[in-house]
Structures are given as structure tokens and as C-alpha cells.
Design a protein around this ligand. Structure first.
Ligand code: NAD
Ligand code: MG
Length: 418
């Protein structure tokens, strides 16, 4: 039975009822995941245009020194570290400055409740869900890098954003590309969306060769420099699977109208195919500062230091269909989406655990998708993929998992993960 989530029919991306307000003051920004790859790219753009931004919060996981540096670099008012063990070091690193500090999961959520024009949601994993949800409920525009919000909470997250009047702008390069050529007024004229994929470091490897690849090799992405989790997810193409789920939620088109095309050069990031046969695509260098800048300046544009495309030098752009046998994660993500949000949340949780196990050398590369599939099958057979009742339900599941407690259990809270 298909339990693909109900959609309201309107694309969530960009919408917030009103046009973006004209501002004659700097954009008040919070950067969650400020010490990561997306965080660093964001701060780089902010530091280049200090007159345009006023950073209120920087938040990070456990690296106090890096967080303190981030705060000082952009003149943030408040720095929050998720790991309480990092508070002393953070305090020490910021002693004598006016930056206030806090620590712990609750402090992260409290920081997300502070008034801001925009939150850059760039915490990795399900840990990003609570603070991003808090900002969405308060109507803060969300520059969404943390795709896990949509993978784990889907409609519930969008619903919170809708009720809060929060606008969602995609940071993910493929979704940013589609958003940039997405004619909202011609929504009924759109036939399909294409997400491009680099194919990752193992695009040309045989199944046999993929069996023995090391974490070091899997972490070496040919085009993009990213955090560890998303780098491995790119190598398995689970990341592209999550991006299908993300696109389904952001653009409100059914699953069979969202395609993936392997494009090893990572120049064309996404396309929208219209009923008249026209295909609109967005091109750009493989540099996340471009889609981040699109969010920071939206609905206008801003200067970036990104390398300019030299298409004559590039000469050839190639495209190929993804191989479903070597990259089963794409099918898995579609199947999970058909089962519903509990299944996509379970897929994310399984993948998070399995990627960590692969990085620690405990399982092989092909085991990531294979074991994620077994987990979904087991949970589905046990009837444990019932739709989550509300966001609290999703959070309870996620928090329990994050604290290492396997969940079983009754009622609406049956779900998740070994
Ligand atoms: P990263 O690992 O480089 O950075 C993650 C950030 O999250 C760090 O600042 C870390 O300190 C922080 N963090 C980790 N656990 C935390 C916790 N419990 N509480 C608070 N902060 C915590 O990851 P990244 O590559 O920057 O990716 C961030 C998000 O953006 C992910 O959801 C990823 O899927 C998405 N994304 C990344 C890229 C990319 O190119 N890097 C592209 C598209 C989407
Ligand atoms: Mg992407």
C-alpha cells in the first residue's frame, strides 16, 4: 500500500504568504552548524560583506575553539555549543569579549528562538531538527542545508513552517538550482524535475571493486568538499536518495516526476522540464557558496568569490542514467517515501548509524545500503512504520536513538531503529 505523504498541492519552497520584505538594515542572521563545511562557507560570505549582515548566533557541536573563532570572525553576539563539556573552553576562548556563551541541547534550541531574519540550518543529522523547527515556528526564514529536517519530519516540519509563517529557502545545490528556475505561476505546467548527481568517487567502479573500498577513499569526493557524513552518502548515492525526498517535500510534485541524472562535472545542478518541451537549468561552479549566497540575498543576488564558469574550457558536459544495481540507495529512498515519513526517518537513522560504522571500519561500503534496506524491511514487517502523530513523536524517536536507546514500543510512538 502506498502511503506517500499527502501534500497541500502548493510548493513549500520560498512561500511565506508575503513577498520578502524590503530591508534598509543588515540581515540579522543565525548560523547553526557554524563550524562545519556549510557553516564555514556561510561565514566566508558574511565576512566579505559585513555591512549586509549582523550575526546574532553561531552554534556548533563540540569544537569550542573553532566556534569561538567563528564568533569572532563575524562579530556574533552569542555562541552556543551542543556539548556541555565544551563550555569551559568556549568561555575561556571568548573571555574579554562581549560574546555571550551557552552549552547543551536546550541552549541550542533556546538560541534558535532568538529573533532573527534568517537561520542558516547547517547542523548535520537529526540533531538539526529541534532548533530548525523552533526557528520555523517563530517565522524565521530558514536557509535549509539540513535536509534531515525534511527526511525525518517531512510534512510535520513544513506544517510548522507554514503555521509559523516561515519561508524555506533551499541551500542544497540541486534544490537551489530547481528553485531558481521554478516558475511558481506555471506550477501546473511542470512535467518533471531533474536532480543531477556527480555519481561520487565510485561512479565507474564495479560492484566487486566497491566491496573493498576504504573510508579514506570514500571520503575523497571528486568535485565537492563536504562534511564526512554527506561525503559517504554521496559515495553510496544515499544523499541523492535523501534529496529526492527533500525535493518531493519542497516542490510538491509526485515521486514519479522527480528524476536523477548522473552528471560527473557537477556544473548543471538541477532542471525543471515544462509542458512546452522547454527545460530550464541552473549552472554554476561546484561551490556551495553559490547556493548559500542565493539564500542570503534572496530575492536579490549578491557578489561571491566563486570561480566563474568557463564553458569553452570545460568543453563537454555529460549525462548518464544512474545504475540501480550498484547504487540501490536511490530505490530505497523512493520506497521509503512511498511508505511515509516514519520510513524516511528510519532510513535516515539507519544510514546515520551505518555510515558511522563504515567510517569506524566495522562494516563494508556495500553494507550501508544493504543493511539500511534490511532495517526498513524488518520495521515494516513489524508494523513499526506507522505515520508519526506529531513532531514530538518524531523527536522522541530521534532523541532516544541519539542517546543510544533502541526503540520499540506501543501506540503512535512505535517506530525506529536498531
Ligand atoms: P559538517 O560535518 O561539516 O558540519 C556539521 C556542523 O554541525 C558542525 O558545525 C558541527 O559542529 C555541528 N553539529 C554536529 N552535531 C551537532 C549537534 N548535536 N548540535 C549542534 N551542532 C552540531 O557538515 P556539512 O557538510 O556542513 O553539512 C551540514 C548539513 O548540510 C547536513 O545536513 C548536510 O546534509 C547539508 N548539506 C551539506 C552540503 C555540503 O556541501 N557540505 C551540501 C548540501 C547539504
Ligand atoms: Mg546536494
Amino acid at each position: 500500500m502506498t502511503r506517500e505523504p499527502d501534500m497541500t498541492g502548493a510548493p513549500a519552497v520560498g512561500a511565506a504568504g508575503e513577498p520578502a520584505p524590503a530591508r534598509d538594515r543588515p540581515l540579522r542572521l543565525s548560523v547553526f552548524g557554524a563550524t562545519g563545511s556549510i557553516g564555514a562557507s556561510t561565514l566566508d560570505l558574511v565576512a566579505r560583506a559585513p555591512e549586509a549582515f549582523e550575526v546574532d548566533v553561531v552554534a556548533g557541536g563540540s569544537n569550542a575553539e573553532a566556534l569561538a573563532r567563528a564568533a569572532l570572525r563575524v562579530g556574533a553576539r552569542h555562541a552556543v555549543i551542543a556539548d556541555p563539556g565544551g563550555l569551559a573552553a568556549l568561555r575561556e576562548a571568548l573571555a574579554g569579549t562581549s560574546v555571550t556563551v551557552a552549552a547543551g541541547e536546550e541552549a541550542i534550541v533556546e538560541a534558535a528562538a532568538r529573533p532573527a531574519d534568517m537561520m542558516v540550518a547547517a547542523i548535520v543529522g537529526a540533531a538539526g531538527l529541534r532548533p530548525t523547527l523552533e526557528a520555523a515556528r517563530r517565522g524565521t526564514t530558514i536557509a535549509l542545508a539540513n535536509k534531515e529536517c525534511l527526511v525525518c519530519a517531512g510534512e510535520l516540519f513544513l506544517d510548522a513552517a507554514r503555521r509559523g509563517g516561515a519561508r524555506i529557502l533551499p541551500v542544497d545545490s540541486e534544490h537551489s538550482a530547481i528553485f531558481q528556475v521554478f516558475e511558481r505561476q506555471n506550477f501546473d505546467q511542470i512535467e518533471t524535475l531533474t536532480l543531477t548527481a556527480s555519481g561520487g568517487p565510485f561512479r565507474t567502479l564495479s560492484l566487486d571493486e566497491m566491496r573493498d573500498v576504504t573510508p579514506e577513499r570514500a571520503l575523497r569526493h571528486p568535485n565537492w568538499s563536504m562534511g564526512a557524513r554527506i561525503s559517504i552518502d554521496s559515495a553510496t548515492m544515499m544523499n541523492k536518495g535523501f534529496e529526492i525526498i527533500e525535493a518531493r517535500h519542497l516542490f510538491a510534485l509526485p515521486l514519479d516526476r522527480i528524476d536523477v541524472l548522473v552528471h560527473p562535472q557537477s556544473i548543471v545542478h538541477g532542471m525543471v522540464h515544462y509542458r512546452d518541451g522547454s527545460v530550464l537549468a541552473q549552472l554554476g561552479p561546484p561551490d556551495m557558496r553559490a547556493p548559500i549566497a542565493h539564500c542570503l540575498a534572496w530575492p536579490r543576488r549578491m557578489e561571491t568569490p566563486c570561480e566563474r564558469l568557463d564553458l569553452a574550457a570545460l568543453a563537454t558536459l555529460t549525462f548518464e542514467a544512474p545504475d540501480p544495481v550498484r547504487f540501490p540507495a536511490l530505490r530505497l529512498a523512493r520506497e521509503a517515501l512511498e511508505l511515509g515519513t516514519a520510513a524516511t526517518a528510519a532510513l535516515n537513522a539507519a544510514d546515520e548509524v551505518l555510515v558511522a560504522a563504515f567510517l569506524a571500519g566495522r562494516i563494508g561500503f556495500l553494507d550501508i545500503a544493504a543493511r539500511a534496506e534490511q532495517t526498513l524491511e524488518r520495521l515494516d514487517a513489524a508494523g513499526a512504520l506507522a505515520a508519526p502523530g506529531d513532531v514530538a513523536d518524531v523527536l522522541e524517536t530521534e532523541l532516544a536513538r541519539a542517546r543510544g536507546r533502541p526503540l520499540s514500543g506501543g501506540g503512535g510512538k512505535r517506530r525506529v531503529m536498531s
